[in-house]
Ligand binder design. Sequence first.
Ligand SMILES: [Zn+2]
Length: 639
Amino acid sequence: MKILIDPGHGGKEQGAVGPTGLLEKDVNLRVAYFLKTLLENDGFEVFLTRTKDVTLTLKERVEIARKLSPCLFLSIHHNANSERNTHVNRFEVFVPFEFEGPSVSLGRKLAEVFSKHRGQIPFGPMPARYTVLKSSPFSVLVEPGYIINPDEEKRLRSDSYLKEEAKLLYEGIKWVLEDGCNFRLTLKRHTPREIVISRKDINIASLEVTIDDTSWGHYTIEEEYIKVLYPASWKKLHIKGTTPKGIEIFPFRYTNPEYVPIVSFSQSVREFGNLKLVHLSFFDNRGEYAKRGLKVRIKAKNGEVIKSSDTVEERGSVYILLKTDIPENEIEVSFKGFQAITNVHSIEDLRNDEIAGIVHGGGLPLENTLIKHERGYTISGKLGVFKTEVDDNITFLKKGYYPFYLVSPEPKENYYVEMRPIFPGISRKRILLRASMKNTAHDGSVQMFSSIFKNVLLSGGALVKDIITEFPGWDNEPYIVHKTVSEKPDLAIKVQSKENRLILYHYYRDTDTLEILKRISSYFYKLDIPSLEIKESSDYFAIHPSGRRIIINIPFNMNRYEAHLYSYLIFLGFEHYFADEPLTLEKLETEGSFVRAEHDLLTIPVKDGYIHIPTNILKLKLFTEEQTCIHLPDGNSAA
Ligand SMILES: [Zn+2]
């Protein structure tokens, strides 16, 4: 049976460093060798991803695992906890993100062995999104201790301690491998009445069979098979279980290919000139709304489908925007296992003093765009369609987009209004904000900054995920890790107030984030705010997140104005970084000229004058005592 051991780091990547200089990469390799010997003496075929002190990328490690396809993959590390707290020392174990199957059992076993022999409360098994963890039935990453803890570092220098550690790892590994390497159930037959599944060595008492999320008892166990009888119109079969000694098998999931989820629908049509907005509501065989996310296909017999829902939306809804000059139309709607043809009739026509159209922004339909005309306003609806009074000058306003003016439109025509996002770069980016509230004395500042910051990000069109609020203690660390790993943000930001200065940290060796901070710093520099510091940090945002991450340390008792200003300047840096094409002063002068009158300015006093920020965040002006004007964002200050 093949086992692949992966000593973390190596070569140029030294990993964590102990207080007196012990290198993690060396400790990882020594433990790997000790473990290799133990396993080989037991007859296992053992391989190492690196056998000496060489640099190895994550990709190379994955490639080795892929080629070898071992039964067990173990990555060995001795890092630190997320806060780099040198007083803490503990055993940690990470398993693939799906958090199911044999790896979880191995993780549990190792945590049990280490807590028994070392008397610490282990951390994990926790889910992680490491690509290296996808390679084998058993795939785990362990951190048996923290090299940055002075006592642990001392112990890690001793070979007898490392041999003992290898022995504990060996103990857990040996225990799980006694049950072989095949932990999958496979489908043998699906007949009109039953499903036959090949049976592995399963503990019958551990079997959990569910159909459509309800426990299901109608199955029989035969020598080599499990036979499941099923009810009419079922959808999902799910089988879980363990081997006789308690190792989780991979769950068996099966979707009934003949399942018909949708049986009926209702229809309504709104007409906008030659545009028809068709709303269909679908129902399943129990009379409930069809489930969100079901894939749908739409075809129109006459006319053109301009835009439609790809999947079922809330309350079983599917929207279709149809362009046609014919009063009656046929639309074909099909799901997997369901097909319908519906007639779309004209209901009403546009009045002579109305126009209609669609609002788009950055290629997507824009709902809730404010449409102002002389006598009042309307808003755009589903799929961006609108109908409004004819006026000499109609204004389209949407937060985060340039205003759009429609001058003397002709009625009875359809308009495609394309709103340009002011910040194309940041729009629809996923940003995770975490407010660290460990120091109760400064929580107010952290909270205020976070909420202002969130509003600034939202006005730029970013998707801001929930603010995670962290409390003292380790209690919710698993939650933070889980959230950070599962949300897959484009950018993760932690706001804290540990020192009485404004500091932006980028993660150790993370050049992507450093690039963002450089851009932020240029905006602070333009406003002559010297108080910003940029530093490298080896604190994690949470353990093992992926992607870009930043820590913002804000001064104690920061006031509202500073919070506004700083959050805005930081935002400009993000915008600049994510922008497909960076904004230039020239561009703003031409495109921004008509915007100014339309929006209020937010005025913030700064050291030498005032800073005016339009609420749509287009332009910054700084008036100093000499009335010098500096435009932002641009490449050069225009004094
Ligand atoms: Zn490490």
